[in-house]
Design a protein around this ligand. Structure first.
Ligand SMILES: Cc1cc2nc3c(=O)[nH]c(=O)nc-3n(C[C@H](O)[C@H](O)[C@H](O)COP(=O)(O)OP(=O)(O)OC[C@H]3O[C@@H](n4cnc5c(N)ncnc54)[C@H](O)[C@@H]3O)c2cc1C
Length: 379
């Protein structure tokens, strides 16, 4: 069959590759001038630094098949994400761990002492049934840690006071009572040696795959193909006829520096008085490379307007109701399967995106054009 993939991000690339290997003819169209979607990496011509153009991307997974898959197309080198935060005139280690707690409270507690201190002296146990993010944080860690590490950052990131966000965002106690400052728990963690774009180019490098960049898809092109996999925005497919699904977008203020500006890849800024959420120093994502110059991004979050790049789906009560209406429309639509972070309006890490793309391709190989509008429900 002749199959169209809209979007040359991980979703489109992996589905396209799997179906090409099974003998189908694949066309991938992409409105940007590069592949790899939001994971796109690009070498800065002046410094030689590999820049994560749409924000920092760290690969981490427990999924053996996904790990083997990415390593088939690009060599991954060891990388551990260790994030710092500047708050109240000091630099602390994140996620909040024993070092953070001891430094913040000026103590030298052992793990069990710190646990007792946080749960008995800091946590607000008068909150019995937390409903909001704020109540949940106060109940878990108490006001001091909440205000230093969660409150300002959350307001900047989501444009909402944590008292308006649901408690479900903060599911578990967000604190470690040891000195482990590895941001992720997954078994595998790494960075592609030459960047994600080189990896996605390798995935798309197959004789049955044609990639067209700078080509914007509109629905009238769908009829030329036996089936369409669409990784663009779900509401965009329907020309936003029911309204727009809410997203946060990001603005990156790029600057350069001679030498090492901050000594780590990601420095968060927890206080509301600092307008950006974090500064990313891209050369630290490739610790095996040496560069004298440095490229940095100050990252600002705001509501996404028409024409902005949609980054984080908001998925609050109103958005979920609108999403349910779009899902009904999509389920009545023939010849298209909605995939990926925009097509299903969910935040998806890269490994989850690849896993879902592999499962979607497998579903197509089993069911053919009878494949449903969603292999993974957005609701
Ligand atoms: C700031 C940020 C940081 C992240 N950090 C991490 C991280 O550290 N680790 C991690 O695992 N994941 C991270 N992610 C998630 C990661 O970006 C996603 O998993 C991944 O990009 C999803 O791939 P996708 O193909 O579904 O979507 P995308 O990468 O968005 O690709 C969709 C593509 O479709 C194209 N497109 C859309 N509409 C059309 C149209 N009409 N015509 C033609 N082309 C179209 C777009 O231009 C885009 O290139 C992060 C995400 C963000 C926003």
């Amino acid at each position: 069959m002749h199959i169209l993939l809209v979007g040359a991000g991980l979703s489109g690339a992996v589905i396209g590759r799997q179906l090409a290997e099974a003998g189908h003819q694949i066309t991938v169209i992409e409105s940007r001038d590069h592949v790899a979607g939001n994971c796109h990496t690009e070498r800065d011509p002046e410094t030689g630094v590999n820049v994560h153009v749409y924000g920092p991307h760290i690969f981490h997974t427990d999924d053996q098949e996904v790990w083997d898959y990415v390593n088939r197309f690009e060599r991954f080198l060891p990388y551990k994400n260790r994030v710092k935060t500047t708050s109240q005139g000091q630099v602390f280690s994140l996620p909040i761990n024993l070092h953070t707690i001891n430094q913040f409270f000026g103590k030298t507690m052992r793990p069990d002492e710190a646990l007792a201190f946080i749960t008995e002296e800091q946590a607000d146990t008068s909150i019995e049934d937390p409903q909001t993010f704020e109540e949940q944080a106060l109940r878990f860690v108490g006001r001091d840690l909440y205000e230093a590490f969660f409150k300002g950052y959350t307001i900047k990131q989501w444009g909402m006071d944590p008292s308006q966000l649901p408690a479900s965002i903060l599911k578990r106690l967000p604190v470690r009572f040891n000195y482990d400052d590895n941001y992720f728990f997954h078994k595998y963690q790494g960075m592609p040696e030459n960047g994600y774009t080189q990896m996605v180019e390798a995935i798309l490098d197959h004789p049955s795959i044609t990639v067209r960049l700078n080509t914007h898809f509109t629905r009238d092109q769908a009829g030329d193909y036996d089936h369409v996999f669409y990784a663009g925005p779900l509401d965009g497919w329907f020309d936003y006829e029911l309204g727009r699904l809410g997203y946060r977008t990001l603005d990156f203020e790029r600057f350069t520096y001679q030498g090492d500006y901050q000594g780590c890849a990601v420095m968060n800024y927890g206080e509301e008085s600092v307008p950006y959420t974090r500064i990313t120093e891209h050369k630290h994502f490739s610790p095996w490379e040496e560069h004298e110059g440095s490229v940095l991004y100050r990252e600002f979050s705001r509501a996404c307007e028409p024409g902005d790049i949609p980054y984080y789906p908001i998925r609050q009560v109103d958005e979920k109701a609108l999403l349910a209406d779009y899902v009904k429309l999509a389920e009545k639509t023939q010849g298209v399967t909605f995939v990926g972070r925009l097509g299903t309006y969910r935040y998806l890490d890269m490994d989850v995106t690849i896993r879902e793309a592999m499962d979607t391709a497998a579903a197509f190989l089993e069911k053919g054009t009878e494949i449903p509008a969603f292999v993974k429900s957005p609701l």
